[in-house]
Design a protein around this ligand. Sequence first.
Ligand code: F6R
Length: 572
Amino acid sequence: MCGILGYEGALQATPLIFKGLKQLSYRGYDSWGICAQTKKGLQTFKRVGDITKSNEPKFDSTKAIGHTRWATHGKVTQKNAHPHLNESGTIAVVHNGIIENADDLRLALEDEGYKFKSETDTEVIPHLLDYFAKRYDDHTALLKTLKHLKGSYAFLALLKGRLAFARDGSPLVIGLSNSGKFISSDIPSFLHHTRKTIVLEDGDWGFADEDRIYSGKEIVSRPARIESWDVEVAKKGTYPHFMLKEIEEQQMTIRKALNQDGRIKIAADLLSRSEVYILGCGTSYNTGAIASYELAKAGIRAIPSLASEFEPHLPFINEDSIIIALSQSGETKDVIDAVREAKKKQAKIISIVNTPGSTLARGADIHIPMKSGPEICVLSTKSATAQLAILSLLTHEIENKSPDLLREAAACAPHVIAQTKRVAKQLAKKLKDTRSIFTIGRGPLAPLAREAALKIKEVSYIHAEGMPAGELKHGPIALIEPGVPVIVFADSNTRTLTISNALEVKARGAYVIGIDSKNHPAYDTHIQIPDIEEATPMLALLPIQLLSYYLALERGCDPDKPRNLAKSVTVR
Ligand code: F6R
């Protein structure tokens, strides 16, 4: 949610920032801006809209900061686009997060004579920096500014010709290359220059021209690490969209996710002795809910909870509780906050996270990496199947079962993708003008139906609702009229009852699409997937991801950057 990037070094900074911001634009694409330190002072360029559709500004500079915005405070306008500057134009700031006491700070600064140009919370930062920089040295000015900020932030500032950084509650990582230093919200923005990183912790701050990192007044040690992510994976290559590329990558990523070390055993041991909660948001919540059925069969009562609605569970959390935190980005604020609350009560945290070095990857007792590589499309696809694969692996470990069945499912993925592509394309043509789509299933296929609806609606903007098949008759069936598409997920465990529900909607004229290993007369269109017991939901996701992708194309939507969304949701 908002991407920030700074560079200081030997190379021309603006092209690096411009290119890096394009890589970061999955974090927000409402507007973008760059500010460069030049011989003439600070020079700024801002535009509304997606940076990938813009031309590069030309500044002669080796030090610059940039921002790609997902609007929180203030409309999507050029005025509200970052960087924000002090009145004299000597201090510039780009920020990710929310300054919660911005209104109070603004009033106080206005009393001091400061004039604001934007509606953003961010603009208090350059003014505060200005206020303190007039009175103190750079370090003190920055530290005093940080002391006044409440909320969550990662920000970069050009302050008296120096590149300053600070983080508290939003991600920030330094990239160390031979040609200079990058400071960014996310690794892919500088991955083509270096894989050597320093992940900053909350409370850290400093200046790019120093090797020291501070927390409060203390100098802290933050070791450098070499990231395993491959730069090629962060590129679109010959694919028209990252979404299609990432759907197809599942041929490998499911297999990679299953290739884990001894941590799976330690996590499985913990789970089998405790009360378990599975936390996530959006797709990550849905995959947790799907997996909870399999865990229940293995004797583990795992309660799925939306991270944003975890509060009612908190009174029951204690040192015997285990939290499984699921997150592609590892930076989802709702999840981080819920995990923090659980930790206060001594719960143990197992995180299943894709982004190395992220807050949730670092803050867990056991971290199981998804190994999917960068997921650039805003929609979760390969990370969803990786989560399912890992949760199944955990369950197999608890039950002392061989993971062969999961490997078999991974081996089927290429076939399922290849076989279902054509029918997904045809269906997309047929359904492109429909107003609503319903998706139903039972057991683990009920949260899978919810995930299917989420995929369809977020990328094609067709209203889609996913629900347990048994719930249809308790209300939603009122919406079924001739021609309304209903996607039915069924497997050998759930088929008999689910087909009854399919027949109920068919009797009312619905157009029924069955995603099932077996065909049935209830289905107007049948998408065949293999029935591989508990691994079936993982495979059933593939045709729905493809259908969502082709629906987006048919309707002229950008599958990689659906409107109003951002990849990493770092606000609550
Ligand atoms: C759906 C989607 C979102 C994310 C959710 C959680 O395609 O991408 O619903 O799943 O924002 O994100 P992570 O997994 O990064 O915590």
